[in-house]
Unconditional design. Structure first.
Length: 442
């Protein structure tokens, strides 16, 4: 018998992903996809589809039209309906001669298992056990899983694979974006037991549904505003700074809403709001904007450059990073640490709607005062004024976070430590003099 060919017809990408994973991991088969009824019928008309898993409510033509086509053509394809509607609701299914099964949404997992078991009773369709059993898994699904249930590989050719993640590693938004920029939307898991991740997938499906709701998007905005406001209060910033910071933040949030990559990156920060990455990035955005406002540089263009740089300059660091891990990475000249400014700058460079120079600020954020920074080891006087403000704020933020953790946060303690930092650069000395003059803190 030829290799089984399965068509998954569904207009929801997430459902197609999950279905393809479940079917592929249980059956030796070739998968093809259709996003509406017309496309599905086109595939079926070529004659070699053995099984179709078909949504009912699709654009152009629905699942009933597809079934009617099969009946009219006396097509041997097995038909599986996958819908929240019941087949009993539709007359077309009264003739059940091609009807193979029904998967009820949203509980697709038990439904798929049942279909696979039914197919497996047709002996020739059972997938042969294989010592090197690679299962394709979409990067979107990996993002939903977050903690990887197996080692993950890239397939270079049929015989060549390359391991990219260990079992138990984290797959986050920046990994997802990294692969999608290379045009890769599928990676491969090895010897994966489906039951291992079925429960997790159920969760992914319900979260995908929730995230699609507009109220949820609104919640992100409220969450960010509350985060910024409580951050400013916690660290003793003047309350009157709030309205202008909020206004500038609103512009950046609007930008994030209109761009899928940026909203994914913002998700990574919100998910890690209590780790170093989240605290540091959100506080950076408030401090840079407040400082720029006091310097009377706070045009909305400048503010957006600062907020976007603040939020995303460290986005390629691990989301759950803490101070100890960060210090260790610095000490060991860790590759991931040394490359994070360049990676973030490269990514932001490619996105639409980002102000020019934003990626330059990001690239230069570790070029410290005396030319011993990275990646380019330039003296801070050779960086742009906005970069200088950013690097200065970067020190300031980490000092505030450190002092707060030790319970010794005060204006005097901040100035004392900033004095030491600013010694290396006349630019920093000027910024420190300004910081002392203006009232940033209560
Ligand atoms: Fe940073
Ligand atoms: Fe950094």
């Amino acid at each position: 018998m030829h290799n089984l060919k399965v068509l998954i017809a569904d207009d929801e990408e997430d459902l197609r992903d999950i279905m393809s994973f479940l079917v592929e991991s249980n059956l030796e088969c070739e998968l093809v996809f259709a996003v509406n009824g017309v496309e599905a019928i086109e595939y079926l008309s070529k004659g070699d589809i053995d099984l179709i898993i078909c949504d009912y409510n699709m654009p152009l033509k629905n699942g009933g039209d597809v079934y009617q086509y099969l009946l009219d053509a006396a097509h041997p394809c097995r038909y599986v309906m996958c819908s929240s509607d019941s087949p009993k609701q539709y007359e077309v299914f009264n003739d059940s001669s091609l009807f193979f099964g029904y998967i009820q949404k949203p509980l697709v997992l038990p439904g798929v298992k049942e279909i696979v078991a039914k197919l497996k009773s047709e002996e020739s369709l059972v997938k042969a056990p294989d010592a090197y059993d690679y299962t394709a898994i979409s990067t979107k699904l990996l993002l939903g899983l977050s903690i990887l249930p197996s080692e993950i590989f890239i397939k270079l050719s049929d015989s060549k694979v390359f391991k990219v993640f260990d079992k138990g590693a984290t797959f986050d938004e920046t990994d997802y974006i990294k692969y999608s920029m290379k045009g890769i939307d599928k990676l491969f898991a090895i010897n994966l037991s489906t039951t291992q991740i079925i429960e997790k997938m159920n969760q992914v499906i319900s979260e995908l549904k929730e995230n699609a709701l507009p109220e949820n998007r609104l919640e992100t905005e409220i969450q960010v505003h509350q985060l910024i406001s409580s951050t400013l209060k916690e660290y003793g910033f003047q309350e009157e700074l709030m309205p202008s910071i909020e206004a500038h933040f609103k512009e950046t949030l609007d930008l994030c809403k209109s761009n899928k990559t940026l909203s994914l990156l913002l998700d990574k920060l919100l998910k890690n709001k209590d780790s170093y990455l989240g605290q540091h990035s959100f506080l950076m955005s408030a401090v840079t904007v407040a400082l720029a406002a006091r310097l009377e540089w706070a045009s909305s263009v400048t503010a957006q450059k600062l907020v976007v740089s603040s939020l995303f300059h460290d986005i390629f660091l691990p989301g759950d990073i803490n101070n100890e891990v960060l210090e260790l990475m610095k000490k060991n000249n860790d590759e991931e640490f040394l490359t994070h400014p360049q990676k973030a700058a490269d990514l932001l460079d490619k996105l639409p709607g980002i102000q020019p120079d934003t990626s330059r600020i990001i690239l230069e954020h570790h070029e410290i005062g005396d030319g011993y920074g990275f990646p380019r080891e330039v003296d801070v006087s050779k960086t742009t004024p906005l970069s200088q403000l950013f690097i200065f704020s970067h020190y300031l933020v980490d000092i505030i976070l450190d002092l707060n953790r030790e319970g010794t946060l005060s204006k005097e303690a901040i100035f004392e430590q900033m004095e030491v930092i600013s010694h290396s650069s006349s630019k920093f000395k000027k910024l420190l003099a300004t910081l002392k003059e203006i009232d940033l803190f209560e």
